[in-house]
Design a protein around this ligand. Structure first.
Ligand code: NAD
Ligand code: TYD
Length: 339
């Protein structure tokens, strides 16, 4: 197997690089990554020097760069994306270029280069909010509500079109909210953990009763691998571990694990279009034999410990251009916050 991992310098992509090199001893891995603010070569430090690993800096939306990196590859997994809902509200144009046009460029290159399997990494957010106790199934209608979710839904439809029209053996995975080491500290868990460790406020959007189903990054990787190996081309697979939690429950657990002052928790004005609940039915993936391994309590505890021990990874991020984003996103909200 010669595997192109697009977006392999990001959070889940870099975990999948480590996972793939372990799981498939004959596999050669090529990472294509633009190294945006979210891409970090340090995420790949542990595989640097491995002879089966190659890194190419490039843009998935650039046809020549995408083809050159994909040349000779039997398999492609596309993680590359603009992934943060709040930023997608500020800059939808960047999101569409990478998440939609970038995916189309990769798909077309995969057809022309006769790739054996193309896997698009998508998200539960394409279904939009799901009322309890229902869980979204793969055949459900797409009702995305943020620019991020809409761009991922558009890419999913394009994958379906490339399968139907050009016969590309393509699959889609729709994963739940993922957490673990090396996650850029803009998403809720790493932002709140690093803020808690620094004694900074934890800005909870409104009542914090929104529900997400938390998936450990290693479980997300093993799900994607199972689908790459055993999934049926043309099919879509939900990936989720059954760890439904209200945000406030996660926040209370972080306060406890980080040992910070409970007074740091602040309720701030909401994100526009904030989806109340995501939940997935995973019967289809479980029929392939996949099971999650990481209980949420253990996974969250280990994640907090990882951030406690890896300040050298996240402090430079939080003191760089992230500061401008943070100020823009939270300064006014925190001024209006309540305990
Ligand atoms: P991330 O933001 O940590 O990493 C994204 C990576 O893509 C970065 O390395 C970035 O440099 C790269 N990238 C961005 N634009 C690019 C471009 N034009 N060309 C090449 N590389 C580019 O993201 P993540 O959280 O690891 O998410 C990976 C994938 O998983 C995304 O497709 C996302 O939609 C999906 N997903 C994420 C979650 C989650 O909770 N994080 C859940 C479900 C699905
Ligand atoms: P996030 O990690 O951004 O993932 P997503 O929006 O893709 O689900 O957010 C997870 C939940 O946490 C979501 O309900 C929004 C909420 N949230 C906050 O309350 N405050 C924050 O500062 C952030 C970033 C998220």
């Amino acid at each position: 197997m010669r595997l192109l991992i697009a977006g392999g310098a990001g959070f889940i992509g870099s975990a999948f690089v480590r996972f793939a090199l372990r799981r498939w001893p004959e596999c050669e891995v090529i990472v294509l990554d633009k190294l945006t603010y979210a891409g970090n070569p340090r995420n790949l430090d542990s595989v640097e020097g491995e002879r089966r690993f190659h890194f190419v800096q490039g843009d998935i939306a650039d046809d020549a760069q995408a083809r050159s990196a994909m040349s000779g590859c039997s398999h492609v997994v596309n993680f590359a994306a603009e992934t943060h809902v709040d930023r997608s509200i500020l800059h939808p144009e960047v999101v569409v270029r990478t998440n939609v046009e970038g995916a189309r460029v990769l798909l077309h290159a995969a057809v022309d280069l006769d790739v054996e399997r193309y896997l698009q990494v998508s998200t539960d957010e394409v279904y939009g909010p799901i009322d309890a106790p229902r869980r979204a199934r793969e055949e459900d209608a797409l009702r995305p509500r943020s620019p991020y979710a809409a761009s991922k839904a558009a890419a999913d439809l394009m994958v379906g079109a490339y399968h139907a029209t050009y016969g590309l053996p393509a699959l889609i995975t729709r994963g739940a909210n993922t957490y673990g080491p090396f996650q850029y500290p803009e998403k809720m868990i790493p932002l709140f953990v690093t803020n808690a460790l620094d004694g900074l406020p934890l800005p909870v959007y409104t009542d914090g009763l929104q529900v997400r189903d938390w998936l450990a990054v290693d479980d997300h990787c093993s799900g994607i691998a199972a689908i790459l190996e055993h999934g049926t081309p043309g099919e879509i697979y939900n990936v989720e571990a059954g760890n439904e939690r209200a945000n406030m429950d996660v926040v209370e657990a972080i306060v406890e694990l980080a040992g910070c002052d409970r007074g740091l928790v602040r309720h701030v004005p909401d994100r526009p279009g904030h989806d109340r609940r995501y939940a997935l039915n995973t019967e289809k993936l479980r029929a392939l034999g996949w099971r999650p391994r990481v209980p949420f309590d253990t996974g969250l505890r280990d994640t907090v410990e990882w951030y406690r021990e890896h300040r050298a990874w996240w402090e430079p991020i939080k003191s760089g251009s992230f500061r401008d984003y943070y100020r823009h996103q939270y300064e006014q909200r925190l001024a209006e916050s309540v305990p």
